[in-house]
Design a protein around this ligand. Structure first.
Ligand SMILES: CC(C)(COP(=O)(O)OP(=O)(O)OC[C@H]1O[C@@H](n2cnc3c(N)ncnc32)[C@H](O)[C@@H]1OP(=O)(O)O)[C@@H](O)C(=O)NCCC(=O)NCCS
Length: 329
């Protein structure tokens, strides 16, 4: 009997309507379109507007469209893994909130926090339940309402982040397609460079923390850049070497969209030619857990069964990793 792999059998994404352009950011902080474009590659990002809306509201339209596309009901889902850094609430898990909103009554679920690498960690985790035979349908969502933790007075961070979510369905595949291999890493050395200062158990919310802007994402951009540019490129090359893949064997490189310069470095290191590198950072910025599933969604129609895809990410923690998968449809 051939090995069962966990294959992506459907994908969908959602970005909110409001477009925050570089021009509008020029009215909020001391920046300009030319600086943002050359340093990051970002032109605009999407923002979820409206009282009482959270990350689960970004996921609902993505998941509902995915279920419709695959022709299944929410009750057929066994497990929901919601990868997010901006959960609706500290607790309960956004996976539970989403399950209620989409009407998934038979699923269990949990949130997974690995910053920008979360979606890859979620895919690797979900795939284990498929490969073991425990589950038949696992929903992995990557989504963030980054605008909820972005300080629009801090020009070093507010130009980067945007809101969005994507979802994939994992199902068993016995044709040799699906998730073939992954290399995933975490290193707490990254804590000082990228974190949220307050709101957790070591520094609960208070008037003082709010006044000091401590509930926003704090980033030392240059330090993060240095780690990201080498680690994301190296881990993508490592997963290729481990699986005897040459650059010409790769149909698509799907990098986390944090900075166009980090994406270019990953493409150079792996030798994958520019037309095979998926990039939508100019339209969405860094949606944290949303970037990779949004890329898969937008490029879905170009993928062919058996295509070799290399997914790569780097994020706060630090966390980073790469997944090799063969597209299944
Ligand atoms: C954040 C980031 C875009 C900043 O780019 P950078 O080239 O490192 O820029 P620096 O921080 O060195 O700043 C260079 C100069 O531009 C200025 N600057 C910073 N933000 C600016 C902005 N939005 N507009 C104009 N100038 C800006 C700085 O003040 C600095 O000025 P100085 O030289 O007079 O001190 C970049 O560091 C980055 O992408 N880091 C990694 C981000 C990342 O991957 N994060 C998440 C992991 S998923």
């Amino acid at each position: 009997m051939s090995k069962i792999h966990a294959a992506i059998t459907a994908v969908h994404g959602y970005v909110p309507d409001y477009v925050l352009t570089n021009k509008e950011l020029e009215t909020l902080v001391d920046t300009n379109d030319e600086w943002i474009t050359t340093r990051t590659g970002i032109k605009e990002r999407r923002i979820l507007k409206g009282e009482g809306l959270g990350t689960s509201d970004l996921a609902v339209p993505a998941v509902e469209a995915l279920l419709k596309k695959r022709g299944i009901t929410a009750n057929e889902i066994d497990l929901i893994i919601f990868c997010t850094t901006t959960p609706d609430r500290v607790f309960p898990a956004t996976a539970n909130i989403l399950a209620e909103k989409i009407g998934a009554k038979e699923a269990w679920g949990f949130d997974l926090q690995a910053a920008c690498s979360g979606f890859l960690f979620g895919l690797a985790t979900g795939s284990q339940f498929i490969e073991s035979g425990k589950h038949k349908k696992v929903l992995v969502i990557g989504g963030d309402k980054m605008s909820s933790i972005t300080n629009y007075k801090d020009r070093a961070t507010c130009i980067i982040f945007g809101d969005g979510a994507g979802a994939v369905l994992l199902e068993p595949n016995d044709e040799g397609n699906g998730i073939i291999d992954s290399i995933l890493k975490s290193d707490g050395v990254g804590v000082p460079y990228l974190h949220q200062k307050a709101g957790g158990s070591i520094r609960p919310a208070s008037h003082e923390t709010v006044d000091a802007d401590e509930h926003f994402a704090y980033q030392e951009g240059q330090a993060v850049f240095k780690f990201a540019v080498t680690n994301m490129a190296d881990v993508a090359a490592e997963v290729m070497e481990k699986n005897n893949l040459q650059s010409e064997d790769i149909a698509w490189l799907v990098p986390h969209q944090a900075n166009k310069r980090i994406i270019d470095a990953t493409a150079n290191r792996t030798g994958v030619s520019p037309e095979k590198v998926i990039i939508n950072i100019e339209r969405y910025g860094n949606t944290t857990n949303g970037t990779i599933p949004l890329c898969l969604w937008e490029w879905e129609s170009k993928f062919k069964k058996g295509d070799n895809l290399i997914l790569a990410a780097f994020g706060g923690g630090f966390t980073w990793g790469s997944i090799y998968l063969k597209w299944a449809y």
